[in-house]
Ligand binder design. Structure first.
Ligand SMILES: [Zn+2]
Length: 119
């Protein structure tokens, strides 16, 4: 009985360490990318979703239908813009109800215009 409790407690600790690592990684990723996304003029919902799913987590898993749609929405005439919109915005873009560039607001002038000026 005591042994079982020890095993249970160790496995709970391991689980929470794993979760904390993931959470820490997510927080670090957010701190790094949130100000960048803001400066690039991306909407909060899209920044949040991008930060919730660091690209390193997507490697090694098959892209879901949603991943593909978001990547599709991030691409203009075969050019990957680097701006991956959130699921909701990706749906609207793919349905032709919205343009990716319409989502950009208050972009810092130090960046190139979106999409590229000569695009
Ligand atoms: Zn969005």
């Amino acid at each position: 009985m005591e042994l079982l409790l020890v095993v249970l407690s160790i496995s709970l600790q391991l689980n929470s360490t794993k979760m904390n690592d993931k959470k820490r990684q997510q927080i670090a990723w957010y701190k790094e990318n949130q100000p960048l996304g803001k400066s690039l003029g991306y909407p909060d919902c899209c920044i949040q979703e991008f930060c919730d799913q660091p690209p390193s987590w997507m490697k090694g898993r098959n892209p879901s239908k949603d991943d593909k749609r978001r990547m599709n929405a991030a691409t203009l005439a075969g050019w990957f813009t680097g701006f991956v919109p959130c699921s909701d915005h990706a749906k609207q873009i793919v349905a032709g109800k919205l343009n990716l560039e319409d989502l950009i607001e208050n972009r810092d002038t130090k960046w190139f215009l979106f999409p590229m000026e000569n695009f």
